[in-house]
Ligand binder design. Sequence first.
Ligand code: 13P
Ligand code: SF4
Length: 330
Amino acid sequence: MNEEGLVEKGFLDIEIDSSIDFVKEINKLKKEKNAVILGHYYQTGEIQDISDIVGDSLALSQAAAKTTADMIVFAGVHFMAETAKILSPDKKVLLPDLNAGCSLADSCDPVEFKKFKDKHPGYTVISYVNTSAEIKALTDIICTSTNAKAIVDSLPANEKIIFAPDKNLGNYINSVTGRNMLLWDGACHVHEKFSLEKILALKKENTEAKIIAHPECEKPVLMVAEHVGSTASLLKFTQSDGAKKYIVATESGIIHQMQKASPKKLFIPAPPNDSTCACNDCEFMKLNTLKKLYICMKYEKPEITLSDELIRKAEKPIRRMLEISERLGL
Ligand code: 13P
Ligand code: SF4
């Protein structure tokens, strides 16, 4: 079977000419096809460097809604590419590897979530963007870790709220807003693997280092963190803060941007419980490679497709998030 036939069948790691300069070819394809590459901070450094826009979930959703490109190549995971398709349904949206899922999105099954929602009538549903399009269609307002607090604060104090699917982010937002949102019991396997004990031991050896953490981490880690925020917020903090060393409790890809922005500072990945695994890497995010990016742009596959009905239902809560974020200058 030829290259295109193999790609058609979903074989992305096919053998191709080893002399291909992926960076050069990807840049050529970008121009030829009027494509934009949106890269998340958790991608490998080389993918971040070839992306047109590198950002957190909110920035990339905003970029997907605004782009004038004909083709959006999402260097991220499935729910991100799906969100881009919902916001730009007339554009071709590609994801280099359709297996790039998300354990957090998978922790919220639409059938079970619908039952949970039906058991609690009168509740407003806020869902994290890390969800499938089906969950978004059951949601009133989407949020990301950058705007979650602002979205919750935008609702009246007595509003009854269901927050899904991340219980750690939900607990954190409850603690900073004084709300008592009803939480779905979901979590991200990467952010739940950090070891508080090892982080504290590392801090003891590096007393001058500041612990910074993503709100998807568990409460004990968040309690010892000197700054808690989305990937964009953590990056910004390391740029404006005076410390020279940081213990970073989130996926390790963000360290690429931190190091680029502050080359004289030291960034130590927070240690996971299991020292034998590459637990600071999200294996879904890291499924994307330059080679897959090249193949995907060349053959325009795999493509994200969604029914018009699902797009219509899922778009509303995402647009509400974008409107509130714009109003608040986020
Ligand atoms: P942010 O991009 O909002 O920081 O979230 C990180 C994440 O979990 C992406 O999978
Ligand atoms: Fe999902 Fe966690 Fe990977 Fe982000 S880091 S894509 S939340 S599994």
